[in-house]
Design a protein around this ligand. Sequence first.
Ligand SMILES: *Cc1c(COP(=O)(O)O)cnc(C)c1O
Length: 417
Amino acid sequence: MDKTKELFNLAKRYLVGGVDSPVRSFSYVGGNPLVIKSAKGSKVFDYNGNNFIDYSLSFGALILGHAHPAVVTAVKKKISAGFSFGTTNKTEIELAQEIINAIPFIKKIRFVNSGTEAVMGALRLARGYTQRDKILKFRHAYHGHADYLLVKSGSGLATLGISASLGVPDDFIKHTLIAPGGDIDYVKNIFRKYGQEIAAVIVEPVGGNYGVIPPDSSFLAGLRKITRNCGSLLIFDEVISGFSFHYGSLAQVLGITPDIICLGKIIGGGLPIGAFGAKEKIMRYLAPLGNVYQASTFAGNPVVMQSGLSTLKILKKFKEDYKRLEKLTNILAESLKKEALLRKISLEISYYGNMFSLKFKEKKQFSGFYKFMLKQGVYFSPSEFEANFISFAHTQKDIAKTIIAAGRGLDKISVVH
Ligand SMILES: *Cc1c(COP(=O)(O)O)cnc(C)c1O
């Protein structure tokens, strides 16, 4: 009896497509998605008694791997002291302090419940601070599901986006400009035309939602210069990259200081979180000090704060181990490339820090490979466009096992073709 199939059929009866978020549905690779029973370290376990090496890691939220014992203990203790108070609590002060110490260019932070909310808060703040309406985002960048960010490029050279989802009125996106990523001249042209109306440019300094796109420092430095010259703010969406590559933001590694940073994923240690921060002068515009309204029932929840705080403390203590993650990622990516080359299969592997993504020439090669990897106990993110991650819990043995499995998976593909 296949318990996964049984449970997923039940899920489809009550949840739309059996999921609460579309990429989970395996619509890209086909077949039934995993239904996970429990997880520990680098592994997830299903209801059939299978285990999988997990490279999806809740889409990048679990840098310590699953259920780190010290985080579990601290969260258990915290939860028995009450779930939510709707007041300031000590743990949120401590997490704020920890993050600000690690990312010194921000002086104040606001916690929210998701990366989407962090971006919405940051953009409202930027618009309130500059008293301007327009924002600029890049093609293929994902910043959560706010209406005015669900835009795609119009035809030709149009810089005004068009709606990428039913239910988003054109009026809601008329202030969203869109440019191809990495093209600084394009951005300059937009600023020549609209510069004085642009509140902010929002960018993922490392692309994580259209395959892994390593940071382009000169492009980002160009954005810094253009926004500064025009009185617009630069927002780094570091919901994925924050604390992923070292103990702090990617902005610090690149030596480029944005005006506002958005965080999420890792800083909650696996519980739902988001945050945005900036220098004092900007953050003062936020209610209750200023007139930019932003509020939430559960923001700063003590249990979430504890999960984040314990995670960050472990990361800080073992910060030298970030290098190990980078090395493991490099070994895995280069070995997969070699295995593909050996079989004359075109497989592009893009990687940076602890992130990597796979891209075959044809989608059906990916889905074939993907399913065969699952059978062998390796769980990648279920789309070529989603990033994969290596956590502190991944071992050399996990990597070695993955490389052997990938060799077999690639054999299958070369037989089919
Ligand atoms: C995941 C992600 C978001 C959205 O965060 P949610 O917690 O899913 O709302 C925003 N921006 C980037 C870069 C992300 O990777």
